[in-house]
Design a protein around this ligand. Structure first.
Ligand code: TNX
Length: 525
């Protein structure tokens, strides 16, 4: 370790001193401030030259934290995919030290939040400073976006990817920036979800909420209650075969997300949206609800758990316990929406009892805004999707709010009257409408301090595979990334739509399908 530090020190000194000895590469003038970065960083100071990423570039990472090395390795993989270059990480020989990317754990007071980062891009070195590996990972995404699609081999005798030089100081607006995927109405495979995680990570999201159960299907293996998946997991909207994640697969997904500094929030929706569970175990069924049967339609609000039975709560203790034990993140989402057949008293009793179970398993409860009708703890979080009044009440009681208004942030709303897939009960959400609103002022009277962040949910009644998922999510999800990260005063549709158009090479390279909205001039392909 000491050896490596000395080596790095010598290398950096030498780079400064030997500058004139090396063959000077004269790049055309660059402008870091014009790079089409999404989300837009807080501060960008261009210096006009470039770092030439090439075969003699090496990555080094702080020795103080092994997580930084993992971030460096992911950067190296990304560079390989984009450019074909093999860039070593923490190699012990000094032979490749001509150009250096150093990912450094720093305790600078300028790095205010855990995800803040600073990038200093010079001719021969790139320094990425962050307090945490999550911050370093966010900074790496900026760096990835700065690597040009094509090398500049007309200027030199070897291929070289010029990265515009300058300084970037950046930090997120919200600590919670998420998307939700409904894997219950239609099931999505581990591979499909991982592909979505990759894209979320590229745009600096830090949360993926998985809607793991609903009337049409139960999607997570629970060892103590096997019929949930045996009976409840084999159906979906439209009559397809459904599916579920084994606990091994779920853990694999969590690990994949964690490597990308993305927290998974598991949701078991209750007391409503529980037909598949009650079909598997009829004792859960509430007398006022419709008799459970295999449901492949899109109706909502007809099912419920029985809030008065002790056995229902011991069942939920097992279910929540098994999921909580596998999930490293701090949250457990209990749903709580559209329980139209549950009597109000029963609903309130149910939410309050389930909150205790979630807390017993050391998680913070999240629920859709209806849960604010119950007397919930200030540590519980309310997700505003429909009724702002609920969110205001909860905030008054100390709860934090996630902003997910259906009219602005629902990825399953159709773009317009001619686009495919999606619903339109909350209206159409064209790409500009999805971008031109402010989550900080959306709910009148809700103070900024009470907002945990933003989430864009993707319900899956009308989509059944990765291509269709991507059609609804992209490009709108890219806009929500910016709404969640960048200061509101920096947001401007005309500027954003240019940067959005410039995402096409990334989307193409990753084979991500998107809706080519006419509102954006995609000609830069
Ligand atoms: C409302 S949003 C629901 C979901 C549907 C969605 C369709 C919410 C908490 N509940 O059950 O899938 O609308 O847009």
């Amino acid at each position: 370790m000491i050896y490596r530090s000395i080596l790095l020190f010598v290398a950096v000194i030498c780079m400064a001193a030997c500058q004139t000895e090396k063959k000077e590469i004269n790049f055309p003038k660059t402008d870091l401030a014009k790079a089409p970065l999404i989300p837009k960083p807080i501060k960008t100071i261009p210096t006009g030259s470039a770092f030439g990423l090439d075969a003699s570039t090496a990555i080094y990472t702080s020795t103080t934290n092994p997580e930084f090395e993992k971030v460096g390795k992911l950067l190296s993989e990304n560079i390989k995919t984009k450019t074909g270059l093999d860039v070593a990480v923490n190699a012990s020989t000094g032979e490749k030290l001509e150009r250096l990317i150093y990912i450094n754990q720093s305790d600078s007071i300028d790095l205010e939040s855990p995800e803040s980062y600073q990038l200093y891009i010079k001719k021969d070195s790139i320094l990425l400073n962050a307090k945490t590996a999550a911050g370093a990972f966010r900074g790496v995404q900026t760096l990835r976006q700065l690597i040009p699609e094509k090398s500049n081999d007309t200027l030199t005798d070897h291929p070289l990817w010029p990265i515009p030089s300058g300084k970037i100081m950046d930090a997120p607006k919200f600590g919670y920036r998420g998307s939700m995927l409904d894997v219950a109405r239609h099931f999505f495979t581990v591979e499909e979800v991982k592909k979505y995680i990759d894209a979320l990570a590229y745009y600096k999201f830090n949360t993926l909420h998985l809607h793991l159960s609903d009337d049409q299907g139960w999607r997570i293996e629970i060892k103590s209650w096997p019929k949930l998946t045996e009976v409840g997991g084999v159906s979906e909207v439209g009559g397809g075969e459904g599916g579920f994640y084994t606990q091994e697969q779920y853990k694999d997904l969590l690990a994949y997300a964690a490597e990308r500094h993305i927290t998974i929030v598991p949701e078991i929706d209750m007391p409503g949206h529980t037909n598949a569970a009650s079909l598997s175990y009829p004792f859960l069924h509430y007398a006022g609800a419709e008799t459970p049967r295999v449901r492949t339609d899109m109706k909502v609000g007809y099912s419920s758990f029985d809030a008065k039975k002790d056995t229902v709560y011991s069942f939920l203790d097992d279910v929540i316990g098994e999921i909580a034990a596998m999930t490293p993140g701090p949250y457990f989402h209990i749903g709580g929406d559209e329980s139209h057949v549950t009597k109000k008293d029963d609903y309130i009793l149910f939410v309050e009892k389930v909150e205790k179970i979630v807390q017993k398993h050391n998680k913070r409860m999240i629920g859709w805004d209806e849960i604010a009708q119950a007397d919930i703890a200030p540590s519980s979080v309310v997700q505003l999707w429909n009724n702002a009044e609920n969110a205001l009440n909860a905030a008054e009681n100390g709860s934090k709010i996630i902003i997910s208004p259906a009219k602005k942030a629902y990825l399953d709303m159709k773009y317009d009257s001619i686009s495919e897939y999606g619903l339109h009960w909350a209206g159409y959400i064209p790409v500009d409408v999805g971008y031109k609103w402010n989550p900080e002022t959306y709910a009148d009277g809700l103070a900024k301090e009470n907002i945990l962040g933003i989430e864009a949910p993707l319900w899956s009644e009308t989509i059944s595979n990765g291509t269709e998922l991507e059609y609804l999510a992209f490009p709108r999800i890219i806009g929500y990334a910016e709404l969640g990260w960048s200061p509101s005063e920096h947001l401007n549709w005309d500027d954003y739509k240019e940067r959005l158009a410039a995402q096409v090479p990334y989307l193409k390279a990753m084979q991500i399908n998107y809706y080519p909205s006419k509102l954006v001039d995609w000609k830069k392909e």
